[in-house]
Design a protein around this ligand. Structure first.
Ligand SMILES: *Cc1c(COP(=O)(O)O)cnc(C)c1O
Length: 244
């Protein structure tokens, strides 16, 4: 667990975010897009000060990948972020026994990838009297060590989500391959967009296909070109991480 009270330079965060926004704007222009995607600041492993710096620079959504760290940061809202517009997102793989942290403290869950977890989260969200917005994670690279549903299984899983009254599916999330071959990643992102656009949600009141969360520090420009609505960016904003 990182030291959440560590100091970091607000100026450095502000400057990196400015540079990221400029690259996003240029990618939008290349792609002829009028709407810019939202930037989720991936604050996992970074201290509270990083979130404050991001917030000061205009970010409102922050991504975490550990249940307890998310809880501790979200609870601190009472102090540092009082009155601030801060939304916590669980973006990483969630063990079923950690669902309670997400149902209680996360504003969004971006890595829904299996029926057992949906069942558990639905029950926990019900006990907290809420509806949890979720993204369904797809393993678009088809690598075994990656989490997410196989692309072929995604539409059936979305159909199943109709039964979970305390979950509201808002779209899809994926990680591209870690490679310098831009065209490989582009193909994966195009496949994600097709999966999003070909799902027929007409009979499923619990699913909206509005959001496509693709693009991280190393591949956000191609994600913008391929229709991302949410970029999940950590190190390009907050600096290098020692570990994930
Ligand atoms: C860590 C993480 C990110 C951000 O990664 P960066 O390379 O630091 O931008 C995005 N998405 C997920 C699911 C992550 O775990």
């Amino acid at each position: 667990m990182p030291d959440l009270n560590e100091q970091i330079s607000i100026d450095a965060v502000t400057e990196r975010l400015r540079a990221v926004r400029e690259r996003v704007a240029q990618a939008c222009e290349r792609a002829g897009r009028a709407d810019e995607p939202m930037i989720v600041g991936v604050s996992k492993t970074f201290p509270l000060r990083a979130v404050e710096a991001g917030q000061a620079a205009g970010l409102t959504h922050f991504g975490e990948n550990r249940g307890r760290e998310l809880r501790d940061k979200a609870r601190s809202k009472i102090g540092a972020f009082k009155g601030g517009d801060v939304h916590w997102r669980m973006i990483g793989h969630l063990q079923t026994n950690k669902a309670k942290f997400v149902a209680r403290y996360a504003d969004w869950f971006d890595a829904l990838d299996r029926p057992g977890l949906a069942e558990e989260l639905n029950g926990r969200a019900a006990r907290n009297n809420r509806v949890l917005p979720c993204l369904v994670q797809v393993n678009v690279t088809r690598q075994e060590q990656k989490y997410g549903l196989p692309p072929e299984a995604t539409h059936d899983f979305l159909d199943r989500c109709a039964q979970y009254e305390h979950l509201a599916v808002k779209g899809l999330m994926a990680m591209g391959s870690f490679t310098d071959e831009v065209e490989t990643v582009r193909g994966e992102f195009q496949e994600m967009r097709t999966l999003l656009e070909t799902y027929d949600a007409a009979d499923n009141p619990r699913v909206d296909m509005e959001e496509l969360s693709i693009g991280m520090s190393n591949d956000f420009e191609v994600a913008v070109e391929e229709g991302s609505t949410m970029l999940r960016i950590g190190s390009a904003i907050f600096g290098p991480r020692d570990y994930d």
